[in-house]
Design a binder for this molecule. Structure first.
Ligand SMILES: Cc1cc2nc3c(=O)[nH]c(=O)nc-3n(C[C@H](O)[C@H](O)[C@H](O)COP(=O)(O)OP(=O)(O)OC[C@H]3O[C@@H](n4cnc5c(N)ncnc54)[C@H](O)[C@@H]3O)c2cc1C
Length: 494
């Protein structure tokens, strides 16, 4: 069991690593060092400047709707308060007291509303369950959720502000208006890159040390000692040849986690989400205004099942004029040789910044995104996508996180990952619960987040498919430059 003097090494300064470091340091642990191969002290988590972890992004959805998963819903409610207090802390700070990249005007959580939409008139099961869970467990929050197409709800919204009614009708163009859903006016977006900058700043204030950038911040291998059948991880070797020893090594390396802990490939798998951007020209202030978070909510749309399945969404404009669109109806794998384990192939992130860079996305999702955007927002068709990104999830077998000691290492190696596309919103609070798992203080998350691996003969969130599965990127058609335009696809609204 570790103590407050134990030397703790954390690999990965994304959401999972940062939040863990923050809560351990605030909880009295005095000797914590976080390593990351990205020089976040210089590039400030900017995804256009060398950062390719999932946390390094311009924005992420902040939602509290979690279907029947009450534990995550309540964690999101807890996180919301924490985000708002971070907003307050920043607003009340003098500019000189904030880290580079942040000003007192910055908000990390923007309550622009979070709109959940699905095809057809009947309320989608997940949405109905979400509303029901909220009603039963947090009725005050439920009062801020308004069902699409419900006259009474529209009237209630208009009493709060006509702005919300405009937002309520923002996606009426999808599927000819034949859609269902609800808007949560307590939800919104987090400004992801700035949020990570702030969390790292809080970590430093709490005494956490960081070793960032290559080669010094990049783990090359774990240092493992064998004593008969017993194994212990005693530290890490970084790419500058240095060895760093510790009492506990926590791997929070997102999509790269299984590259570091080979046995984790049966617990988590990295898959690519399709992200595309439209940069709105400066002379189109009408559109800057229209997509401003004061006027435009974050929304997501679902339709179909199986191969027909669509799930994707749209974010308000950034301060730089960038609109982000995501598609997660199908996520893609990229199988490669494992860096240390012979005869093992695992899905591995490939990004703009990896050794073999990639500057495009699978055509499959891009085509579908164009179809939905042309329906919802025909005024954007003339621009086409101006940029794209493969953003790498770390999927567990059931979308619950994997936060536990790795079996067989005498409590010297801890895994902290499995974000499964929904971890960002918990940045300010996740570490509180990670600390409980490290200290073996059981709580409602202990069984959800325990170490578990693929169960043979069962569906395991895609992990059962392997390299021969239909999501493997090497066999898919990738988008060509002309595919990023809408008009060639015959989707012009004009
Ligand atoms: C497309 C997409 C959309 C998403 N949308 C949302 C959303 O809207 N809302 C939400 O709440 N969540 C969302 N998520 C989930 C959320 O982004 C993740 O759960 C979260 O960011 C994961 O954080 P992490 O710390 O596990 O991983 P990462 O952010 O990937 O961090 C891992 C870090 O490990 C470092 N690393 C890797 N290998 C090494 C090494 N060898 N040595 C040193 N460092 C290393 C990397 O550089 C990286 O910084 C989304 C995820 C994706 C992929």
């Amino acid at each position: 069991m570790i103590s407050s003097d134990s030397k703790i090494i954390i690999v990965g300064a994304g959401v999972f690593g940062l939040s863990t470091a923050l809560w351990l340091a605030r909880g009295g642990y005095k000797n914590i060092t976080v390593f990351d191969r990205c020089a976040f002290d210089k590039n400030f988590y900017n995804p256009s400047n060398g950062c390719d972890g999932a946390s390094a992004d311009i924005n992420k959805v902040f939602r509290m709707a979690y279907g029947e998963k009450m534990d995550y819903q309540n964690l999101a409610i807890e996180a919301r308060d924490a985000w708002l207090s971070w907003n307050k802390g920043i607003a009340e700070s003098a500019a000189a007291d904030l880290p580079p990249g942040l000003t007192p005007e910055d908000k990390l959580l923007y309550i622009c509303g979070c709109y959940f939409v699905a095809k057809g008139i009947k309320l989608h099961d997940f949405y109905a369950e979400s509303l029901d869970t909220m009603e039963k467990t947090a009725p005050e929050m439920r009062k801020m959720q308004f069902i699409k197409g419900d006259e009474k709800d529209e009237e209630l919204l208009s009493k709060i502000s006509p702005k919300w009614v405009e937002k309520y009708h923002i996606v009426d163009g999808i599927n000819g208006g034949n859609t269902n859903g609800f808007i949560d006016i307590n939800g919104g977006i987090t400004i992801a890159d700035k949020a990570c900058v702030y969390a790292r700043f809080l970590c430093v204030q709490a005494g956490v040390k960081f070793v960032l950038g290559e080669p010094q911040g990049k783990l090359e291998t774990l240092i493992t000692e064998h004593n008969g059948p017993e194994r212990r991880v005693t530290g890490i070797k970084t790419c500058d040849g240095q060895s760093h020893y510790g009492d506990l090594v926590i791997i929070a390396a997102g999509g790269w986690t299984a590259s570091i802990i080979p046995e984790a490939h049966r617990a988590v798998e990295t898959t690519a989400g399709t992200v595309a951007f439209i940069d709105i020209p400066k002379d189109r202030q009408d559109l800057w205004e229209r997509f401003h978070p004061d006027n435009y909510p974050v929304w997501s749309y679902r339709r179909g099942e199986g191969d027909e399945y669509y799930q994707g969404g749209s974010f308000p404009i950034t301060k730089e004029g960038r609109l982000k669109f995501g598609f997660r109806g199908r996520k893609f794998t990229n199988f490669q040789d494992h860096p240390t384990e012979p005869n093992l192939r695992i899905s591995t992130p490939r990004t703009k910044y990896t050794k073999e860079p990639i500057n495009t996305v699978p055509l499959y999702g891009l085509k579908l995104m164009k179809e939905i955007i042309a329906q919802a927002l025909p005024e954007l068709v003339e621009f086409g996508f101006t940029d794209s990104r493969l953003c790498w999830y770390t999927d567990s077998i059931d979308n619950d996180y994997v936060i536990d000691y790795v079996p067989g290492y005498s409590d010297s190696l801890f895994i902290c990952t499995g974000g499964s596309g929904h971890g960002f919103k918990f940045l300010p609070v996740l570490g509180r619960h990670v600390k409980n798992q490290i200290e073996r203080t059981p709580n409602n998350f202990t069984s959800l987040w325990k170490w578990r691996v693929v169960e043979e003969g069962k569906l395991n969130n895609g992990l059962e498919q392997g390299e021969t599965g239909p999501r493997e990127m090497s066999r898919l058609e990738m988008a060509q430059p002309h595919d990023f335009m809408f008009k060639q696809a015959g989707l012009s609204s004009k």
